[in-house]
Design a protein around this ligand. Structure first.
Ligand SMILES: *Cc1c(COP(=O)(O)O)cnc(C)c1O
Length: 386
């Protein structure tokens, strides 16, 4: 093993995490091992690599990087964020209960309600911003608590340490979807969570060119169970995709610094705009989750949502379709800025009544603020809002 980077600064850690010079050539970057199988010396006599669904050196380097950037012992890579979520739910059995946030990524909600409910797993949705709601929902069948903070798209904040304090005595696994914050802003394992999940498609990859997910954990037994599910169910990413995310992680801290700077400027610009009714961003001091966000995050990021005073479908659609630098697209966390309409795009899989009840209106507009020059981004919004 090379140098231990775990005690170094966050930037040093992100750049060196998981990558060792290639043993055969000294290549500084882990090569893309584009292979499905490995030649054995005799049956069962091999170098620890047998078949690429179970072992791949590029993936292993990435998995070590995932562990390092979340201050965890183990990382596991999956072919998408939802595949990583899917693996966590496969730890459960029929009759088990999951307490989940009532405001979370639409694809997670769809996976829970449309796929796993059919297998006899029960999901109880509560407002996790009030931790007492979780405590009240716990039963002897509760095996997993699933939270997302900040949430997509309303930027609600849940106190991770407070939920961990409830999960432990109940013997429930606490899994945190840390996609929005990224490991640059928040490390749930340090706050007592058992599993961190990421859609690596977003900030970790960072360049809108790959779909991938990951899980990070400290407990060896939990790692072994999840590794077994990873190889048995087979939702593993290919080596090309692993390489892209490994490369993305090296600039995560620099990108996040700029996402945070641009995010702060745009949130304040929108909030002072006469045609904007409300802005949801976790860095505003009057945001209900501000104190908790300040405590558990190192910054506030570049994700935000807003509503126009004229929130009619015509006006909302006009703004959504008229930006030139912000591209109208699903996804987030890439270097380029995106604008999105959650009600019809990212969150269309949540029934309308459910959505409205949780505060996600038809007129909500979500921004993933990229790392372009902020003046150009503000000018773009200024022209579009009109
Ligand atoms: C995108 C996203 C996911 C799903 O990840 P995929 O890589 O698209 O499968 C899960 N959670 C959050 C918060 C997301 O933004």
């Amino acid at each position: 093993m090379g140098t231990d980077f775990s005690k170094k600064g966050i930037g040093t850690k992100f750049i060196h995490a998981g990558v060792e010079p290639d043993a055969s050539t000294g290549a500084i970057m882990t090569p893309i091992y584009q292979t499905s199988t490995y030649v054995q010396q005799a049956p069962g006599v091999n170098k620890g690599y047998e078949y690429a669904r179970s072992q791949n050196p590029t993936r292993f380097a990435l998995e070590a990087a995932f562990a390092a950037i979340e201050n965890g012992k183990y990382g596991l890579a999956f072919s998408s964020g939802v595949a990583a979520t899917d693996a966590v739910i496969k730890l459960l059995s029929p009759g088990d209960e999951v307490i989940a946030a009532n405001d979370m990524y639409g694809g997670t909600y769809r996976l829970f309600t449309k796929v796993f409910e059919r297998f006899g797993i029960k999901f109880i949705y509560v407002d996790t911003t009030n931790v007492a709601n979780i405590a009240k929902a716990i039963t002897p069948q509760t095996k997993l608590i699933w939270i997302e903070t900040p949430t997509n798209p309303l930027m609600n904040i849940t106190d991770i340490a407070a939920v961990a304090a409830i999960a432990k005595p109940a013997n429930a696994i606490l899994c945190v979807d840390n996609t929005f914050a990224s490991p640059y802003l928040q490390n749930p394992l340090d706050l007592g969570a058992d599993i961190v999940m990421h859609s690596a498609t977003k900030y970790l990859g960072g360049h809108s060119d790959v779909i991938q997910g990951c899980l990070i954990m400290n407990d060896t037994e939990l790692r072994d169970k999840l590794y077994f599910i990873q190889k048995s169910c087979g939702a593993v990413p290919g080596p090309q995709d692993c390489f892209l995310v490994l490369r993305g992680i090296k600039t995560l801290h620099v990108r996040m610094q700029r996402h945070c700077e641009n995010g702060e400027k745009i949130a304040h610009y929108l909030q002072s705009h006469p045609k904007v009714a409300k802005v949801w961003w976790c860095g505003f001091t009057d945001n209900p989750g501000y104190e908790v966000a300040k405590k558990q995050m190192r910054g506030f990021g570049g994700m935000m949502s807003f509503e126009l005073k004229d929130g009619s479908p015509e006006n909302t659609n006009r703004v959504l379709s008229s930006t030139k630098v912000f591209a109208l697209a699903e996804s987030l966390g890439g270097v380029e800025s995106l604008i999105n309409h959650p009600a019809t795009m990212t969150h269309a899989s949540i029934p309308r009544e459910e959505r409205i009840k949780n505060g996600l209106s038809d007129s909500l507009i979500r921004l993933s603020v990229g790392i372009e020059d902020v003046e150009d981004l503000i000018e773009d919004l200024e022209t579009a809002i009109g």
